[in-house]
Design a protein around this ligand. Structure first.
Ligand code: SF4
Length: 189
């Protein structure tokens, strides 16, 4: 149990609970508005994020900014985090034991921020947040209700960089997020 957001941040910064602590340059805690009604959660830091200690700062991050802008949001309106706080070498998927060691930090972030909506960016994020294996092409855009949260998987921006044809569906998902924000009172403009 954390008594403050800062103590949670401090714990992550010093964490050595899994082997990724040995290969990381920086932990990547997350950033944004800690009163945000919506969290966007990716899988884990990539090379740029590991170097800078900030989430979604590479090409995928620039696209995420554009995705937010497409529904009239900025990083100041949302909170951005990852399931895993340290970069898996070579951008491999996190191992289950690494995710198990780290997921408590994300849960604690969610407990502090108390968003109404959680958007899972990509299959791995959805797997650990929803607790089930999904196929992102089939299961994206579907709302799940759990423990008072509305949770939706959609494409990771890196997938959209690899295949531009997916952007149309991703935009539909973002419009649904905006509509849900309005419906849940999280959007006043
Ligand atoms: S990935 Fe998570 S559990 Fe592993 S060392 Fe980093 S912060 Fe700790």
């Amino acid at each position: 149990m954390y008594t403050s957001f800062q103590s949670l941040m401090d714990d992550v910064a010093a964490c050595e609970k899994c082997g990724l602590s040995k290969t990381r340059t920086h932990t990547v805690f997350g950033e944004g508005n800690i009163h945000a009604p919506v969290m966007f959660v990716g899988e884990g830091p990539g090379r740029d994020e590991d170097e800078l200690g900030r989430p979604f700062v590479g090409r995928a991050g620039q696209l995420l900014d554009k995705m937010l802008a497409s529904i009239q949001l900025t990083r100041n309106d949302v909170y951005i985090a990852n399931v895993i706080k340290c970069r898996p070498p070579g951008n491999r998927d996190p191992e289950p034991d690494e995710a198990a060691a780290c997921i408590g930090y994300l849960r604690a972030q969610v407990a502090f921020i108390k968003p109404r909506i959680i958007v899972c960016l990509g299959r791995i994020s959805a797997k650990y947040i929803l607790g089930q294996d999904i196929r992102i092409t089939r299961d994206r855009g579907v709302w799940h209700e759990a423990k008072g949260f509305f949770i939706m998987p959609t494409y990771h921006p890196a997938a959209l960089l690899r295949n531009e044809l997916l952007k149309k569906d991703a935009y539909q998902d973002l419009l649904a997020v905006r509509a849900k924000l309005r419906e849940t009172g999280g959007l006043t403009r």
